[in-house]
Write a protein that binds this ligand. Structure first.
Ligand code: HBI
Length: 96
């Protein structure tokens, strides 16, 4: 089971994740993706969903039209782990 990252490790990891920030009041990281339109946004979610399933690590996300708000945390560990960092990197790669 993945271990929660220390504050320092998390800060380091966030440094390499443009647009991702701490989520206030939670041990989680978040990013809001804005796409050209709903079609692009949903295409991103479709591809990210398949990657999440393959990683067995799933996002908490909300889609309104062309915007997708993503929050990542490892429920089993009660906070941000390397799995969240990996999924964040994968999502950035998908979003392009
Ligand atoms: N996704 N984000 C997230 N956090 C989890 O703890 C998690 C998950 N997906 C699947 C999963 N855990 C299961 O493997 C465990 O609950 C058994």
């Amino acid at each position: 089971m993945a271990e929660r990252l220390s504050a320092e490790a998390r800060r380091q990891a966030l440094g390499g994740l443009p647009g991702w920030t701490d989520v206030p009041g939670r041990d989680a990281i978040g990013k809001t993706f804005v796409f050209k339109d709903f079609n692009e946004a949903f295409g991103f979610m479709s591809r990210a969903a398949l990657v999440a399933e393959k990683m067995d690590h799933h996002p908490e996300w909300r889609n309104v039209y062309k915007t997708v708000e993503v929050v990542l945390s490892t429920h089993d560990a009660g906070g941000v782990t390397a799995r969240d960092i990996a999924l964040a990197k994968a999502m950035d790669a998908i979003a392009g």
